[in-house]
Design a protein around this ligand. Structure first.
Ligand code: ADP
Ligand code: MG
Length: 459
């Protein structure tokens, strides 16, 4: 009730009291003797005013606080937890008002906490790395999170309130839901979906939702994107297949030639020599293959365990240069080097030596006789640059990125003839990554290639 209504009520009571007193006056006054009339009148008037004061007091201490409490209670019912009633410092109604205010305050706190919890849940659900869907016991979709929508590229209105089999087309998901309901246990399945034109592998896990009374209340479906895992698995399978294939060729040929030698005891000495040479060459290839594989797995495992030292370029390259010059002279190539002798930098000397050797051996192997090979080492403000250039056969544009993959060769037969394993550049790339260094290749088929290594001075 507003204050106007309250005032009206107060005046109505006054009016009622005044009427009662007037009535009493009308009844009593004629019975009173004339000399007592004055006193009775005064008594009546005093009585009237005392009653007004009493009524006013009652209003202030009881009616008003109770009305205010009723108002606040009504506001609370409506959900307005900010409402508070006025508390008079004394009086009987004070306890009521206090209680109402405490109630309002508690309700307000509870509603704030509820809101906070609600938004926390929402945040957690929407920032999960897995998609999520909640289905009730009748199969209606109640909740989905943001990741789920990303996975299936739709809006939440496409799902909420629908039966799961109306909105999810994949049979595997239907089976997962049905079995989750049937067996009341965790069921797993996997599906594929296309996200931005890319195929993704999704693992679907259905878990039953069971309440305290052990009644089945629905199911939660969780969707994990396992594409990366799949990719790693594929790569591992490919790798094993490649390794087996690479090993098979030399083993077959070693076995074949040794069998022939054993069978034909009277073979010509020259032929025997020829076969034994092949066997030696193939076993050397086998050896370098195993060596490179071991090397690669060592680098991959202990990527960060480089034994970093200060490398003085001149000393560091001496032994490698001897090896390189030996190979160069065997093939009558021209070798030019421009190495800044004062350079020093931090890195793993043995591993980086391997980088230079692998690049130089490639240059030697893929450059025909009388060609030229260049080795340049210099420094810029931030980097040490190692350049290996040749005037060889070059690398086709489409192969430039792939040559760093394991076992990739532009020309398989040629690489094999030179004793290549197809792992040299993969090893180079790994070593450089561990040094946070980069490698670039420019090349023109028929004209030559240039590999540029950039090692940061600070890393
Ligand atoms: N300097 C180069 N000139 C031409 N082709 C090259 C050069 N370096 C590498 N390649 C190509 O890259 C492939 C991969 O090199 P690498 O990993 O060292 O393996 P491998 O030399 O054992 O074949 C080689 O097979 C070759 O086709
Ligand atoms: Mg090589």
């Amino acid at each position: 009730m507003d204050s106007k209504g309250r005032v009206n009520l107060f005046y109505r009571y006054i009016l009622m009291m005044a009427s009662v007193f007037v009535l009493i006056g009308i009844i009593v006054l004629p019975l009173v003797e004339e000399e007592e009339l004055f006193f009775v009148l005064i008594a009546l008037i005093i009585g009237f005013f005392v009653l007004i004061v009493l009524i006013y007091h009652m209003f202030e201490n009881y009616v008003r606080p109770i009305r205010s409490s009723i108002n606040v209670a009504n506001e609370l019912v409506k959900g307005n937890y900010n409402a508070r009633t006025y508390v008079k410092p004394q009086g009987e109604a004070q306890q009521l008002s206090n209680a109402i205010n405490v109630l309002a305050r508690n309700l307000q706190e509870m509603s704030i906490q509820e809101k906070m919890q609600g938004s926390q849940w929402k945040t957690v659900l929407n920032n999960m790395e897995s998609g999520l869907m909640l289905i009730d016991e009748r199969g209606y979709v109640h909740l989905i999170n943001r990741k789920f929508l990303q996975m299936f590229d739709k809006k939440s209105t496409d799902y909420i309130g629908f039966l799961y089999y109306e909105v999810l087309t994949d049979e595997t998901i239907h089976k997962v839901v049905q079995e989750t309901f049937l067996y009341e246990e965790k069921i797993t399945g996997s599906i594929t979906t296309s996200i931005n034109g890319e195929t993704h592998y999704i693992e679907v896990v259905g878990a039953p939702v069971i309440n305290d009374l052990k009644d089945l209340k629905g199911a939660v479906l969780v969707f994990h994107d396992i594409s990366d895992l799949k990719r790693v698995e594929e790569m591992r399978k490919d790798f094993v297949a490649n390794v087996s294939h690479e090993l098979k060729t030399p083993i077959t040929s070693i076995r074949g030639f040794s069998e022939t030698l054993l069978e034909d005891e009277n073979a010509d000495v020259e032929i025997q020599r020829q076969f034994l040479t092949i066997i030696l060459k193939e076993s050397t290839r086998l050896q370098s293959l195993v060596h490179d594989l071991l090397e690669l797995s060592k680098i991959e495992k202990a990527e960060m365990q480089l034994s970093t030292k200060l490398i003085e370029v001149n000393d560091w390259l001496q032994s490698s240069l001897t090896l390189i010059e030996e190979q160069v002279s065997k093939k009558s190539l021209h070798f030019y080097k421009a190495i800044d002798p004062d350079i020093s930098f931090y890195g793993d000397p043995d591993r980086l030596q391997q980088v230079v050797l692998n690049l130089m051996y490639n240059a030697i192997n893929y450059t025909p006789e009388e060609g030229s090979i260049y080795l340049r080492i210099y420094e810029t403000e931030d980097n040490i640059i190692i350049e290996v250039e040749d005037t060889g056969m070059g690398i086709p544009e489409e192969a430039k990125q792939r040559i760093f993959e394991r076992f990739y060769r532009v020309d398989r037969a040629r690489s094999r003839n030179t004793g290549g394993t197809g792992l040299g550049l993969a090893i180079v790339k790994h070593i450089l990554e561990a040094h946070q260094a980069s490698i670039n290749v420019t090349s023109e088929v028929g004209n030559g290639s240039c590999f540029t290594v950039k090692i940061p001075k600070k890393w």
